[in-house]
Design a protein around this ligand. Structure first.
Ligand code: CA
Length: 228
């Protein structure tokens, strides 16, 4: 899951980035509205955490421009405690939810999970054959048994499961797994895929490599058909 944080207060931004990265999200940060506007127009994110009081372009303007482009990216706005009018204006302009500052990180994480769930239209989670993934709990199970996965492996599995049966390129994986300031080489992606593959093997779920194209997660039946 890839999140963009648009926040000009460095303390709040750092806290947010740290917490969200720890929970396995790829996080990018911009500190003014113009950069936020450019980033969401250019790249694919799963969620925008948007401070309304931003320099260069207000958060409200970023939001209005986003919705004018018919972009339905989920947006969580951050407003001041006494900013009732801001909140109303933000929701009217198409924000999905809001949080008033100061907020507790667990609350933010709960709101994010709810928004992402709404966005994917999968309240209970995703399943591919015997493999299930709960976005609420951030755990994966194979034949009902909890899989022991690192944060990166889990993030990788999430991307592959959301696009099960389709090809996901290495570039897409790198983009979904890391923020701008992180480096993940395509060799590292290969290592994560290799580890994940071994953990999924007992359930017959396969990650096939399409040379030069990318990877595809296949449920057991589909894998058998592909072999024949
Ligand atoms: Ca601000």
């Amino acid at each position: 899951m890839r999140i963009l944080i648009a926040e000009d207060d460095p303390v709040i931004a750092d806290g947010l980035m740290h917490a969200l990265k720890k929970s396995g999200c790829a996080v990018d940060h911009v500190s003014n509205g113009a950069d936020a506007d450019a980033a969401v127009a250019r790249e694919q994110f799963d969620l925008l955490v948007l401070d309304l009081g931003l320099p260069k372009m207000s958060g409200l303007e970023v939001l209005r421009r986003l919705r004018t482009r018919k972009n339905s990216l989920p947006v969580l706005i951050l407003t001041a405690q006494d900013g009732l009018e801001d909140r109303v204006a933000g929701l009217d302009a198409g924000a999905d939810d809001y949080l008033t500052k100061p907020f507790a990180l667990p609350e933010l994480e709960a709101r994010i999970r709810a928004l992402v769930r709404r966005g994917t239209g999968n309240p209970t989670g995703i399943s591919v054959g015997p493999l299930t993934y709960s976005q609420t709990e951030r755990v994966a199970r194979l034949n009902g048994e909890l899989l022991d996965l690192s944060a990166r492996e889990l993030a990788l599995l999430e991307v592959l499961m959301l696009r099960a049966g389709r090809v996901v390129s290495k570039d897409q994986l790198v983009e979904q797994l890391c923020g701008w300031d992180e480096e993940v080489s395509s060799n590292a992606i290969e290592v994560y895929v290799h580890r994940l593959r071994k953990k999924l093997e007992p359930g017959g779920v396969r990650i096939t490599t399409l040379r030069g194209l990318g990877y595809s997660l296949q449920k057991p039946a589909a894998a058998t058909a592909a072999d024949g």
